[in-house]
Ligand binder design. Structure first.
Ligand code: IPE
Ligand code: IPE
Ligand code: MG
Length: 249
């Protein structure tokens, strides 16, 4: 049976923040005898569909893993074609996001990105900063260990300059130095393509996330598959270390 957006939206247990590891673009193309880039092009369409589906289902934060720190190690032509696709997509889609009241954020090491793409993204972040329907967080040149180390460096500098007492370092302060500073932790992490790993994604933030693994390759992951994941999440009991009796009161 079809799952409707309202069904999720009206459910008080729906996730506030969904983070996705979109995987399987290359295999989608290969299965059809096409070059890998065709899979990435197709994957952009799915991103658009899932952004809309998220807003309609009342999800407030959607984080998508679009390019990892480790992805720079792919063949040069794939990397540069992905960077061109990123620029083209950002140029085309940012106005649309703004029209739809979506706020754009980027996590990851922006310094690694080509200047033009970085500029377009920064303008988009500025343009959409007051939008409230949904926050779309795009992880670009993102690696969680890299993010954590960058946070550690800022703390170490503050200790060295005498501005910070090491005893004052707690979870809240540490979290505020991460790229995700003003973003709540993900409630649900979805990975497509039948791979069961985290690939350096949101390691700190995922401490208590629920996981959902979908068999579909990312370009085949449509609204219904997504809503199936959200519905599965609403049926789980999150205990945060407590007993079932404690949390079900
Ligand atoms: C995910 O698809 C997109 C990126 C990592 C940029 P892949 O390109 O990893 O696709 P597969 O895993 O090779 O099929
Ligand atoms: C993870 O996908 C990164 C992104 C989705 C951008 P990969 O396909 O690069 O992951 P691994 O290297 O196979 O784990
Ligand atoms: Mg992959």
């Amino acid at each position: 049976m079809e799952i409707r957006a309202e069904e999720i939206k009206n459910n008080p247990n729906r996730p506030q923040h969904v983070a996705i590891i979109l995987d399987g673009n290359g295999r989608w193309a290969k299965k059809r005898g096409l070059p890998r880039m065709m899979g990435h092009n197709e994957g952009v369409k799915t991103v658009r569909e899932i952004v809309t589906a998220s807003a309609e289902a009342g999800v407030k934060y959607l984080t998508i893993y679009a390019f990892s720190k480790q992805n720079w190690n792919r063949p040069k032509d794939e990397v540069s074609a992905i960077m061109s696709l990123l620029l083209k997509t950002a140029q085309r889609e940012i106005k649309e996001l703004h029209r739809n009241n979506v706020r754009l954020k980027v996590i990851g090491d922006k310094n690694d990105l080509p200047n033009e793409a970085r500029d377009v993204l920064e303008q988009g972040i500025e343009l959409t900063k007051d939008n409230e329907l949904l926050t779309l967080v795009v992880a670009l040149s993102y690696g969680s260990r890299d993010e954590i180390l960058r946070a550690v460096h800022t703390l170490a500098e503050d200790v060295k300059s005498g501005e910070l007492d090491p005893n004052d370092i707690n979870e809240t302060l540490f979290g505020s130095r991460l790229d995700t500073a003003d973003i709540p932790d993900p409630d649900l992490i979805i990975r497509t393509s039948g791979e069961y790993r985290i690939s350096n994604y949101l390691l700190w933030q995922a401490a208590y996330a629920e996981f959902y693994f979908a068999e579909e390759l990312w370009p085949d992951f449509h609204r219904q598959e997504y809503y199936k994941a959200l519905l599965s999440y609403t049926q789980r009991e999150r205990r945060f270390g407590k007993t079932s009796e404690q949390v079900s009161i």
